[in-house]
Design a protein around this ligand. Sequence first.
Ligand code: HDD
Length: 718
Amino acid sequence: MSTVGGAIKQAVTSMTNTAKIADLQHYTVEVTPSTGLTTDHGVPVSDTDTWRALKFVLKLSDGETGPGPALLEDHIAREKIHRFDHERIPERAVHARGAGAHGYFRAYEGSIASQFTYASVLTDSTRTTPVFVRFSTVQGARGSADTVRDVRGFAVKMYTEEGNWDLVGNNIPVFFIQDAIKFPDFVHAVKPEPHNEVPTGQTAHNNFWDFVGLQPESAHMVCWAMSDRAIPRSYRMMQGFGVNTYTLLNSANERFFVKFHWLPELGVHSLMWDEALKISGQDPDFHRKDLEEAIENGAPPKWTLAIQTIAEKDEHNFEFDILDATKIWPTELVPLHEIGEMVLNRTVDEYFAETEQSAFCTSHVVPGIGFSDDPLLQGRNFSYFDTQITRLGGVNWEQLPINRPICPVMNHHRDGQHQAKINKCPVNYWPNRLNAGAPVPAAQGGYHEFAQKVVGMKQRLRAPKFQEHFNQAQLFVNSLSASEKAHMIAAFSFELSHCDDPVVYESYTKILNNIDFDLATAVATNVGGVLPSEAARPNHGQTAFGISQLDFSPKTPTIKSRRIAILVADGFDATGVTVMKTVLKASGAVPFVIGPRRGKIRSSSGDEGVFADHHFEGQRSTMFDALYIPNGNAECGAVLRANGRVMHWIAEAFGHCKVIAGLGEGQNTIQHALARYVPELSFGAFDSDAVVTSYGVITSGKYSLGSTATDVISIASG
Ligand code: HDD
């Protein structure tokens, strides 16, 4: 992916010097051509290419010589190999594949947040809180593809003045299980099967569907995971959810239950399944590169932080349990309040040191934010801390540069592997005669736990409302648009077709009939499941706002950061391309010229033409959001129409509901490619305000698209 210009990058970089970036500079080594090579202990190295060997001449034949035996004494060679041997660390048990970026969070001035919490990070609009965010897939290994069908992780670390706050969420608001004790079973079932380590980056296998079929509490989440949400167009176009129920504490010592939401400025958009499959092979790093490209091209992604809150006294006023992570709080019942904004505006300098070594813990909260008795959250609070010890090699992982807070850290925890701090103090315990490292009273900012009244029996028991699993799964299906439902049927059918054990796919089609009769019938028909004769339970007919991703179009339609392919051949119209590129760049889009070869392509007027960024075989339509074919002379049109890859490009873009625009010969080429699909293709006017697509006219930032589109793009031209 490309960078528009060094100038933009510099400007962006100068805006990104948060307190955390300044802190990271202490650990950043600028490697320049004049930096000489040294060993780990700092001794200059004169030869890094040849292992020291016994120097003697071997007479092979006719005076040929060869090297002597290598010597173990070569400490420089040994050090180099030894360091290499230990480069890998265990990947994350889940969410192994990810991409990270730096940025900041700012609370909105005068937001409602201070009614619910005294957490300054959420209420003080004069603060800029540095953040590091890591997005991820869940199932696949570290080297798996980005665009697989999967839940996406959305982990946010806020380096606040009161310590780090980690909001470790997903792009889906609910979870597969209610109780953390089921997490190992769930992960074993979803991960590659134990006997053959298959499949990678997929849930399309017997064990996953076997487990969720026997664990009906997962039904709601499975619906989300089989929806378009699980194939996002970009990390930048996903919602984020804290998922679990946390609590907020205000300065009057009143406690509120809270759910956190991140709302993307660009709206929520997905790939189509066919695109996702193809991109997995064509560019497995698609999302990682997309994040980097947007930030470096001056289109930093933004999210609004919104909260839903419920007062303590209202905890039991809902038909679902508000501590059950398999349930949403419909916004019709609990409104969303927007309280701040997060911007990601800086890529990492080194992937391993920052993204890979970043470690998030749900138990990292700051004063004013706390936990609830959500049984999933309670287990998570143990697990994240624990897992880092294996992954990052000891208890001092919070001292790693990416993890350390920007505020002072002082306590009497000592030693352990990789201790990097030197505590200059003769006492390491409390109380001590020096009053060193004294606890901070709550009134002076010490973390304050809410005094929660609890009466009950200690038991292994699921609360009564935790027993109901299908109401919200039904709510989810009812709330989707027709095209989203069609995609969901296709997703279930794809996945269950990959299960070859009839017990598995028959059981799951029975589960589906508890959710929706039509869904169950369609999927059972496709996969040879159990065809229902009637719905297993009546449909309550309810819908909710915010489930269909079509509810999250961008507030201001924008083409910013969208990738536009311009297909040309020798003899193209240079003015048409220059104007379109200028218009697109001015709107923040990223145009790419694609031609028969990378390099100079001659224009019809014989001027110096244009430089093609890629050749037709080098990229595919799937990697772009829209397509433009400019005018050109007859030779140009003939070359494009005779090229099978170009014809496929247009037809494929059309099939994926992409915006397609053309002028003159370009329209002829589009018509030629689409003749068998749309015999009567008509083009509207094309002027400075409007770009004509195969589906309609896009004017001044408005768009219209085909009925199956899930991914929309607006072209604001002129
Ligand atoms: Fe988890 C990683 C999100 C339930 C145990 N989880 C991890 C990451 C995300 C989530 C985004 C990646 C963090 C990163 O980028 O480093 N997990 C969730 C959500 C859950 C959830 C939204 C449900 C609300 N997780 C969950 C449970 C457990 C875990 C119930 C265990 C009881 N999760 C882990 C873990 C990981 C992890 C094994 C692997 C790497 C890590 O923690 O740091 O401990």
